[in-house]
Design a binder for this molecule. Structure first.
Ligand SMILES: NC(=O)c1ccc[n+]([C@@H]2O[C@H](COP(=O)([O-])OP(=O)(O)OC[C@H]3O[C@@H](n4cnc5c(N)ncnc54)[C@H](O)[C@@H]3O)[C@@H](O)[C@H]2O)c1
Ligand SMILES: O=C(O)C[C@H](O)C(=O)O
Length: 373
């Protein structure tokens, strides 16, 4: 065999090796893609969610949202536990029938009960709506004594029977103080796992800006609701922006009316709950249910990059807010954990409002403790 022939054979061999390598890579790539798809299709374990006060009006709006996947996403199956009190037994039964009739694909089981132990068994997420609602003309403090005793009792049941890492959202008013009572009487639940709903106020603030500027509400970012879910809350737009064709613009720059932002905007958001009660003769329900889904979704699945939301959380002293209060702060969430956004500038106007609502929470805490004695 001449040298030329040997060179040709070696070249053929190298080409063949390259072809085999390319084929091998293609097969490997296909296998990886198939594996990724199989992971995506893989059935997740159901998460157990408890809604207390499920037979009430927020409950009636909330449970179908949860069952449709609005809270935990379209691929997360769930088992729903629904708790209410004896007089609501029949309407709770009816709600269970309707959930079955709605044939929600993600809903893998429904427990409708008036037994708090059965309701709390192994729950992973708890939305506490049960309680005595404020009626027209009533102050939130009027319902305090009725609700703190409910929250004390339910804290013990959760502590003993819920999953050890359960996440709790308190909706029922006074939401911040009910959450604080729950925290005090369920000391084994990590304090970071007990929160209250101020997302409704946050969404209301974004909604008012969107209406005023005629922009999409989804383009309004980073409003803050500080403090109590009450008329002393402080809706703050000093760090808020709107996404426009020419980038992110500060809300103040676009509104060009500091008088409106510092007065009417704040009181409209603060008084929105009362305005809805006046109009409907019942407190807000669908917007509260939707906000509860937003709160849990962002907490569990994370907030979008560069955005924060408002959540009532246990104060660690950030922004000079005393520890020992459940206070609404701007937070970002990642991998099921929230963190208070640090380093935001608080001007004198804001400082007074942030402190005023903290002061109301201190007073509510004292009142709640006296109701327990
Ligand atoms: N945080 C917020 O943003 C926000 C918004 C709207 C309403 N709320 C509050 O949410 C709460 C519920 O409002 P709603 O309109 O659904 O009231 P609702 O009266 O229609 O429903 C409350 C339900 O709780 C039940 N309940 C009472 N005691 C209970 C107990 N010990 N255990 C379990 N269930 C119990 C009642 O039987 C009723 O079915 C109220 O306190 C309301 O003020 C909070
Ligand atoms: O029930 C209320 O007091 C009002 C409610 O908290 C709301 O903000 O709509």
């Amino acid at each position: 065999m001449g040298l030329e022939m040997i060179a040709v054979e070696i070249a053929d061999y190298i080409v063949l090796k390259k072809i085999i390598l390319v084929l091998f890579c293609i097969i490997l790539f296909c296998k990886i893609v198939r594996y990724m798809f199989s992971l995506l299709k893989e059935e997740k374990e159901p998460i157990t969610i408890l809604v207390t006060g499920a037979a009430g009006q927020i409950g009636y709006a909330l449970v179908p949202m949860i069952a449709r996947g609005a809270m935990l996403g379209p691929n997360q199956p769930m088992i729903l536990h629904m708790l209410d009190i004896e007089p609501a037994t029949e309407s709770l039964k009816g709600l269970k029938m309707e959930l079955i009739d709605a044939a929600y694909p993600l809903l893998r089981g429904v427990v409708a009960t008036t037994d708090v132990v059965e309701a709390c068994k192994d729950v992973n997420i708890v939305v506490m709506v049960g309680g005595f609602p404020r009626k027209e003309g009533m102050e939130r403090k009027d319902v305090m004594s009725k609700n703190v005793s409910i929250y004390k009792a339910q804290a013990s049941a959760l502590e003993q029977h819920a999953a050890t890492d359960c996440k709790v959202l308190v909706v029922a008013n006074p939401a911040n103080t009910n959450a604080l009572i729950l925290k005090e009487f369920a000391p084994s639940i990590p304090e970071k796992n007990i929160t209250c709903l101020t997302r409704l106020d946050h969404n209301r603030a974004s909604g008012q800006i969107s209406e005023r500027l005629n922009v999409l509400v989804s383009d309004v970012k980073n409003v803050i609701v500080w403090g109590n879910h009450s008329s002393t809350q402080y809706p703050d737009v000093n760090h808020a922006t709107v996404t426009t064709n020419s980038g992110e613009k500060p809300v103040r720059e676009l509104v060009v009316d500091d008088n409106w932002l510092n007065n009417e905007f704040i009181t409209t958001v603060q008084q929105r709950g009362a305005a809805i009660i006046k109009a409907r003769k019942q407190s807000s329900a669908l917007s509260a249910a939707s906000a509860a889904c937003d709160h849990i979704r962002d907490w569990v699945l994370g907030t979008p990059k560069g955005e924060w939301v408002s959540m009532g959380v246990y104060s660690d002293g950030s922004y000079g807010i005393p520890t020992g209060l459940i206070y609404s702060f701007p937070v970002t969430c990642e991998r099921g954990d929230w963190n208070i956004v640090q380093g935001l500038k608080i001007d004198q106007f804001s400082r007074e409002k942030v402190d005023k609502t903290a002061q109301e929470l201190i007073e509510e805490k004292t009142l709640a403790k006296s109701c327990l004695n």
